[in-house]
Design a protein around this ligand. Sequence first.
Ligand SMILES: [Zn+2]
Length: 317
Amino acid sequence: MNKKCFGVDLGGTTTKIGLFQLDGTLIEKHEIPTNKEENGIYILDNIEAFINNVIVKNSLDIKDIIGVGIGVPGAVTDDGVVNKCINLGWDVTDVEDIMKKKTNFKIKVGNDANMAALGEYWKGGAAEFSSIALVTIGTGIGGGIIMNGRPINGFNGAAGEIGHIPIVYDETETCNCGKKGCLEQVASASGIVRVAKKFLIATDKPSTLRGAEEISAKLVFDEAKNGDIVAFEVVEYITKYLGLALANVAGIIDPECFVIGGGVSAAGQYLVDLIAANYKKYVFHPCKDTKIVLARLGNDAGMYGAAKLVIDSSKDS
Ligand SMILES: [Zn+2]
């Protein structure tokens, strides 16, 4: 009954480390800076050292630790190999093998967005559903897919990359990924600002956005809710593409539920309702009533999902 595990969410700036009971109770969580010096060679050592500290501080018996789950911001194959991670400076890195040798614990590694999806599926907004697609709308757009309780990595470790679905076919500017026309370019926080600026240039209609010191995605949503016509047109435009993207996802994996997370999801049910209205317009009819809900775990989702990943794998073996 005293069994525990660690869930680690390795991010480009900070790393979150949670100690969990196997029923998903978070015992304690910590955040340490991610040291990216020298192409990230210290990152895994730092995680190992921190986990050891937590074990010593809590006088834990290492026999009670069933393993460590780690979410990383890059493409990850089923056997825990990270296929380059530009954010961390990593080349192809066998995180599972390296950490196993360092710690002697069972290690499971997943993509951070997939881990966030697994967290929301386990203890968050989608806890009552068995297959979900998570879309995190923040600076960029991430996504993760859980089918029958398992994250889908894909052959290249890139399944669920909803942000880079090509969707604006006549886009002229280039996405961070190097392509043109990705969902992320119009519907991420930075994409929303970009679209708003374009709309303001293209019209003479009055808008409170014009006088704003700095336009943010939050401001666009706040002003749309307040009845600003241009802000609402921007919101309509971006939720059209979000609805269309989800309809495309439904056409392939037909999840039981979509979960909307990330900073922009602070716009709440207002955002969900507009996405849902557009989704219904575009989706194949059997998927028309698929639930769209808000994420609940915020920045802790990845940590929860990483813990769940290692718990599930210890049940398998
Ligand atoms: Zn892209």
